[in-house]
Design a protein around this ligand. Structure first.
Ligand code: ZN
Length: 389
């Protein structure tokens, strides 16, 4: 009996917490759509707990073995739609801290940029509240969260997944920026600037590394851009160096500035394992397709080992994701200023040929830029695993 009383009290709390007038967000299943697909689109972790919740709120349905839902049927998601009139989310949802409020806000913004919803909750007054975010242990979650305005709307909160990269310092160096756009490709009426695409992948990688407990410095920064979920990235020259100094016009000077910033920070972290990750996009003749490839400083054994681990990780990932595609990346030693003049273990990464229409797809699709960042992060995780053996 006591159990039932408690359950009822608990339910009342939720109702008062989110306001009386709330409902689940619903979707209409497309042909052959799986629960897993829908979960991915709405960023719902595909855990047994969330699957059970999904079944429950849909009237205790049974999900078929092949995971395919009934086409055309309306399903409720474990995301509530709550009336919102501009009040602080902490109050509206009885949250214990601002961090939870920011997560919920950013979830809404991401769902909008990804096209899962058309409206802005601030305008429509319908806030989406993911049930898995409101049900977690608050204090624990608070320690696992950090804020980085640099990553922009929808991405500034970073949730720590684990501490696998604790004690590792990364200098993410997106190529070019400021007055220097780097290589330029054309796609329809759009001009693709190397610095913008390298920057977006850099931010995504930085964010991933942070989520594993690494210390991360992004050497070129643009506070307005953040991580962008659009195909064609606006070209700007507002980028500055970490620390705020402008990027100079002279090529040699630019590289010297960068290396100086990294080397100064390096000395501060002298006892840590430190990596610089220099991200560029190559430019070749339009017809030449190239896969992601790597350079290390001549004579650097650790640089070579790092690049080879990243290469192997990408090869494995491509084989899993696109069997039969093959992957023609390479690792080479090359005399490059940033490799020879910065103190950390340096890896210079070329993401593709900005002039080739096929390679351009790797760059312009936001999902692809995220996948590159995910795989590179996996590469660094693999490297750490190896070094522990
Ligand atoms: Zn470049």
């Amino acid at each position: 009996m006591d159990f039932f009383v408690r359950v009822i009290v608990f339910c009342l709390c939720i109702v008062t917490a989110v306001g009386a007038d709330n409902d689940y967000v619903t979707i209409k299943a497309k042909a052959r759509e799986k629960t897993e697909d829908i979960f991915t689109r709405y960023e719902i972790d595909n855990t047994p707990k969330n699957r059970n919740l999904f079944k429950k709120i849909n009237g205790n349905i049974t999900i078929p073995r092949n995971d395919v839902l009934l086409a055309g049927k309306i399903y409720a998601l474990p995301v509530r739609s709550v009336n919102y009139a501009g009040e602080p989310l902490v109050e509206l949802l009885s949250l214990s801290n601002e961090g939870d409020a920011a997560l919920i806000e950013q979830y809404n913004d991401r769902m909008k940029t990804k096209g899962m919803r058309r409206d802005d909750f601030r305008v429509s007054g319908k806030l989406w509240v993911p049930m898995w975010l409101t049900g977690t242990s608050k204090q624990k979650a608070k320690n696992k969260r950090s804020y980085h305005r640099l990553f922009g709307k929808g991405y500034s909160v970073v949730e720590k997944i684990d501490n696998l990269l604790e004690g590792q310092v990364f200098y993410i160096d997106p190529g070019h920026g400021g007055p220097d756009p780097g290589a330029i490709g054309k796609r329809g009426k759009h001009e693709l600037h190397e610095d913008e695409y390298a920057y977006d992948v850099s931010l995504r990688l930085a964010r991933n590394l942070l989520s594993h407990g690494a210390t991360v410095y992004v050497i070129v920064q643009e506070m307005k851009d953040g991580i962008r979920d659009t195909r064609f990235l606006n070209n700007s020259d507002r980028e500055r160096y970490y620390g705020g100094q402008p990027i100079s016009r002279g090529h040699r000077e630019r590289l010297e500035q960068r290396a100086a910033i990294i080397n100064k920070l390096y000395d501060k972290h002298a006892t840590a394992t430190q990596h610089s990750v220099i991200i560029h996009v190559d430019s070749r003749t339009t017809t030449e397709r190239i896969d992601i490839f790597f350079y290390h400083a001549p004579g650097s054994e650790r640089g070579k080992a790092t690049a080879e681990t990243l290469l192997q990780t990408l090869r494995d990932k491509y084989n899993q994701a696109q069997p039969g595609r093959g992957y023609n990346g390479s690792v080479e030693a090359r005399d490059l200023f940033m490799l020879n003049h910065s103190k950390p273990i340096g890896t210079y990464i070329e993401l593709g040929n900005i002039k080739n229409p096929n390679d351009q797809v790797r760059l312009i699709e936001p999902r692809n830029r995220q996948v590159i960042a995910d795989w590179l992060c996996d590469g660094y995780l693999a490297l750490i695993q190896k070094s522990k053996k």
